[in-house]
Design a protein around this ligand. Structure first.
Ligand SMILES: *[C@@H]1O[C@H](CO)[C@@H](O)[C@H](O)[C@H]1NC(C)=O
Ligand SMILES: *[C@@H]1O[C@H](CO)[C@@H](O)[C@H](O)[C@H]1NC(C)=O
Ligand SMILES: *[C@@H]1O[C@H](CO)[C@@H](O)[C@H](O)[C@H]1NC(C)=O
Ligand SMILES: *[C@@H]1O[C@H](CO)[C@@H](O)[C@H](O)[C@H]1NC(C)=O
Length: 386
């Protein structure tokens, strides 16, 4: 390379590095401002963030509020009131829906009353309280109530999580794939997310419920199944699911959230068993995911910027769970990853405290409660690990 070109290249590289390092550090007052923006979409009479986002996404909104309350005393009393409102009101809300696995295993939930043109007559099924036709939705709510329990110590929230887990457990060993649970009560798909959530809820309950050892047994069995299911590929990332007829890895998209839930699950399992090898397995997956899904240090899903009602939630789940893993076994590269992503969100993907779907920017208007809560996961995780 002629030296002139090389020098220009060096100068450009230095400028990029300077920009990255001079990016403002996100602060807890930024997180509080993002929380206020999230709450513009909260409906107190339903206790949900509908219609800005969906039913399972609302569980993730609740979870990030709990995680914020863990690191920010100012947010705690407001969070407690949100938990109590949602716990009382959301079960009587009718979230009638159907889900479709789109191209590249991009899930898409369609809600009655918000159907796209031409789909108005699509059949939907309503929830019954915290339970509905999809075990992943149930798992998200169980995790949300565990997070609320961790902030408040309110045993009603822990009981709700146990109640939900019990319904998920009814699906165990009913698949044709030698174990695990179905994604849905209609039995159309055995996928990674429902199975990771089942493991994660069991492992969390193992560390919290009075009969923790019963949950630990579920978690250990589920991990044995998951590890041998073929869902983890030879690059140590996790594909979307198993083929309907062969139960082999279906080679579908490596979504960020499927690399995330497993990290929290293995960290909790390590706590409950005292066995640090689960941490090592989590780190292998985390490192593979970071190398597969980041560009210039920023996390991306392949659906961006059109991730729809479901896909726009995914990345925050990875950030949240990487933080859980970091807390158990601090690796400075994870703290750097989280702070780079949080700072990029605030500098490049934020307008008026609203946060959108592409963390490297630019801001995609309009933001909604899904993109907001997902990006907040990264900000809260960065603050929690700094
Ligand atoms: C909140 O939800 C209730 C019940 O669905 C609805 O009647 C009301 O209009 C909603 N409020 C706002 C501000 O959207
Ligand atoms: C699996 O098979 C069922 C029943 O034939 C079908 O409804 C469903 O869409 C299939 N699922 C996937 C992920 O291909
Ligand atoms: C743990 O105890 C609770 C409360 O008694 C019960 O509802 C639940 O089914 C038990 N869980 C397991 C996994 O045995
Ligand atoms: C939320 O924003 C994402 C990303 O822009 C978009 O794809 C999704 O449809 C939005 N959700 C709703 C319910 O409008």
């Amino acid at each position: 390379m002629p030296s002139f070109t090389r020098n220009i290249g060096t100068v450009l590289l230095a400028t990029v590095n300077l920009l990255a390092s001079s990016q403002a550090q996100v602060t807890s007052s930024d997180a509080e401002a993002a929380y206020t923006a999230l709450q513009q979409w909260y409906n107190g009479s339903t206790g949900l963030w509908i219609p800005s986002t969906g039913w399972w996404n609302s569980a993730n909104c609740l979870t990030v509020i709990a995680d914020l309350a863990q690191i920010d005393g100012t947010a705690k009393s407001e969070a407690e009131s949100v938990f109590s409102t949602t716990h009382s009101n959301a079960p009587s809300y009718e979230a009638s829906m159907t889900k479709v696995m789109g191209a590249n295993a991009m899930p898409q939930t369609y809600y009655a009353g918000a159907m796209p043109a031409g789909m108005e007559s699509t059949e939907t099924t309503a929830n019954q309280g915290w339970l509905n036709g999809y075990y992943d939705d149930e798992g998200w709510w169980a995790l949300a109530w565990i997070a609320a329990y961790d902030v408040t110590g309110n045993s009603d929230y822990l009981s709700t999580a146990e109640y939900i887990f019990n319904d998920m457990a009814q699906s165990l060993n009913t698949t044709p794939c030698g174990g695990g649970i179905w994604w849905d009560k209609a039995h159309t798909y055995v996928n990674a997310i429902a199975n990771e959530l089942f493991l994660d809820v069991a492992a969390h309950l193992a560390n919290r419920a009075s009969n923790g050892s019963a949950y630990q047994e579920y978690a250990l069995n589920q991990w044995t199944w998951f590890k041998n299911s073929g869902l983890i590929n030879s690059q140590n990332t996790i594909n979307d699911g198993l083929d309907n007829s062969t139960c082999q890895n279906n080679g579908q998209t490596v979504w960020s959230y499927n690399q995330g839930v497993i990290l929290g699950a293995l960290t909790e399992l390590s706590k409950s068993t005292g066995d640090s090898s689960y941490i090592t397995e989590a780190q292998t997956i985390a490192n593979a995911a970071i190398s597969a899904l980041t560009t210039d240090g920023i996390l991306h899903d392949p659906c961006e910027p059109d991730c729809g009602v479901d896909g726009s939630q995914f990345k925050g789940v990875f950030a949240r769970n990487l933080q859980i893993l970091y807390k158990a076994s601090p690796q400075s590269s994870y703290a750097t990853f989280l702070s780079d992503n949080a700072n990029s969100i605030w500098s490049n993907d934020q307008e008026n405290n609203q946060l959108s779907v592409v963390w490297s920017g630019p801001f995609e208007s309009p933001a909604n409660a899904s993109t907001q809560s997902s990006a907040m996961d990264a900000i809260v995780a960065a603050l929690a690990t700094s």
